[in-house]
Every structure is written in C-alpha cells, then in structure tokens.
Design a protein around this ligand. Structure first.
Ligand code: HMG
Ligand code: MG
Length: 286
C-alpha cells in the first residue's frame, strides 16, 4: 500500500495541561489551541468536561470550548465522562466527543470512580446525545499495557473493552499506554490481539513516553497499518490519577519522525515549533 498519510490527534490542551501543577489561564489555553491550529493540526482535543472536583485544571472547559478557534479543516474534540459532560460540551460547541474507560478495574475506580462495566453503561446516553447532534465519538482504553495500580494488563482485557466501545458506536478506539512504560515487544503483542477484532483503520495509539520508547512503539503500530496517533505539544501531559506517568509523546518529535520516514501529516514544522515553544512556556516549575 502506497498510503503514507498519518493523522495526528493533538491532546496537549487537554492531556498536557490537565497534569500541570499550576493553573494555566484560559487565555493561554486559547493561544495554544490557535497556534496548534495554525500549524495545521486538524484534530485537537481542546479540553475535558470532567468534574472540577476531580481535575481543577480543566474547570474552565466551558470558556475554552466556547472561544476555541474554529477552522474549516479543524475538528475540536473534548473528553467527557458522562451524560452531564456530553450535554455541556455540545452546548458549548464541541465537534467531537471522546469517552474514556480502562482495561484495568483499579484505574477505572481511581480515575472515574466506577467499574469498567458501569462506565460503558454511562456512555450509552453520551452516544445517544452525540448521535442526535451528528457528532462522532472516540473511545479511549487506558492501561492498555500497564496499570499504575495493578501492573501488567492482559491483551485480552484490552480487546474486550475495545470491543465494548466499538459495539456502543465509537468510530475510533484509542488504546493508551497510560504510564508510558510499554516496550515495542509488548505493544506489538497487545496490538496483534486487538487487531483480531478491530480493524487498524479504527484504531489510534496514545503513547505516554516515560521510558522514551514511544517512537519505537509508533513504528510497531505503523507496521500494523495503524495511522492515527495522539501526541501533545512539547511532550506535556500525564494523568493526575496515574502516578509516575510522564507526558505524551511530543508532537514535534512524532511529526519529525514521521516526515523523515516519508509519511505526510499536513503539519507545518515551523508553525509547530512555535506552538511547542509556547506550550513549554506554560509549564510551571513551582
Ligand atoms: P463522582 O464523584 O463519582 O460523580 O465522579 P458524581 O456524579 O457524584 O459527581 C460529583 C460532582 O461532580 C457533582 O458535583 C457533579 O455534578 C459533578 P456536586 O454535586 O458535588 O457539586 N460532575 C461534573 N461536573 C462537571 N462535568 C461533569 C461532571 N460529572 C459530574 N461531566 C466523575 C465521577 C466521572 C465525574 C469523576 O470521576 C471525573 O470527573 N473524573 C475525571 C478524571 C479525569 O479527568 N482524569 C484525567 C483524564 S483521563 C486520562 O488522562 C487518560 C487518557 O489520556 C488516556 C490515557 O492516557 O490513559 C484519556
Ligand atoms: Mg493520556
């Protein structure tokens, strides 16, 4: 196949900023989103409509969504845990939703305060509302390799949850290395298992990069025809409920890796550099 096109899903404004110790201002978040859109990112997860009691960093989700720059070729998506989040996100102008659960029961409990099965139940009204508004829904599977509380997760658990999300109507399943310690071997085995049920065209990979193997893991996924990858500007990110997790693979790093290997992304490296420098300037060190 001569198709060398890869889609990058920029999660920096959400995954990147949710884990910052300081609270980034709404104006700075909007600036970051604008710079990313200007660099040619076509899918940006702009915020999360989650409980501010759980993630204070995303408490301004309504203002961010309402003011986020629009673009003809830009899809502005948001993370939602439940019906309440879905309704508010759509009212504020979200163009795509992303629901999130886990292949690990412990992580589901810590992150969303319910079981995996309960999370799937909660997504039923989310799917209904999205469909009524003509929005597509992505589904995340956290802990696709390891759980911060349980350790290694069996590939079968990842496949089972992925199938659950597909059966609900998610158009894309993002398998996530939440703590970023997956090796290429284990990523390959996990993907092989999931691919027995879900086609590569429906899969995305969301690699955190604690062990600095994310780009090798991207290559493993590319070999299996997966062509959608999440990344965050400047490599910011992590999950407040996943202790020890580093940021997502950096957008600049994955884009230059892909371009070097002859893949096209539609992203302008010069514009991206500006967005990444700005993202890094938002980090608070104290
Ligand atoms: P809960 O406490 O079990 O639920 O939280 P609740 O229904 O009792 O609600 C508690 C309060 O939150 C109530 O307010 C609700 O109204 C409010 P109160 O009555 O006490 O004033 N609430 C909401 N507020 C705003 N938006 C909402 C919403 N829902 C309820 N949508 C809940 C359950 C799921 C809400 C909570 O656990 C939560 O928000 N968790 C989100 C945690 C999170 O955002 N984690 C980071 C993102 S996931 C991630 O990073 C992984 C990922 O990147 C992939 C990977 O790397 O693995 C995606
Ligand atoms: Mg993440």
């Amino acid at each position: 196949s001569g198709d060398r096109k890869v889609t990058i899903v920029e999660v920096g404004p959400r995954d990147g900023l949710q884990n910052e110790k300081g609270i980034v201002s709404t104006a700075d978040k909007l600036n970051l989103i604008r710079l990313l859109a200007d660099a040619g990112l076509s899918r940006i997860e702009v915020t999360a409509f989650v409980s501010p009691k759980w993630v204070l960093q995303m408490a301004d989700h309504d203002a961010v969504m309402r003011q986020a720059p629009q673009g003809e070729h830009l899809v502005r998506s948001v993370l939602v845990p439940n019906e309440k989040g879905a309704e508010a996100a759509i009212a504020a102008g979200a163009e795509e939703l992303a629901v999130f659960t886990s292949a690990s029961e412990s992580f589901a409990s810590k992150n969303i305060n319910c079981t995996i099965a309960e999370s799937i139940q909660r997504f039923i009204p989310v799917m209904r509302i999205a469909k009524a508004h003509g929005l597509r829904v992505r589904g995340y599977v956290s802990c696709a390799l390891d759980c911060p509380y349980e350790g290694a997760i069996a590939p079968g658990a990842v496949t089972a949850v992925s199938c659950g999300l597909r059966d609900l109507g998610c158009y894309e399943i993002a398998v996530a290395d939440t703590i970023g310690r997956g090796s290429p071997d284990r990523v390959g085995m996990m993907l092989q298992h999931v691919l027995e049920q879900i086609p590569a065209s429906m899969l995305a990979c969301h690699f955190h990069d604690t062990s600095k193997q994310a780009l090798e893991n991207v290559d493993v996924a590319l070999e299996r025809k997966i062509a959608t990858f999440d990344s965050s500007a400047g490599g910011l990110g992590g999950c407040p409920y996943a202790p020890g997790a580093a940021g997502n693979v950096a957008t600049g790093a994955i884009v230059s890796h892909l371009h070097k290997r002859g893949y096209s992304t539609g992203i302008d490296p010069v514009g991206l550099r500006i967005a990444e420098d700005f993202a890094l300037s938002l980090r608070h060190d104290c």
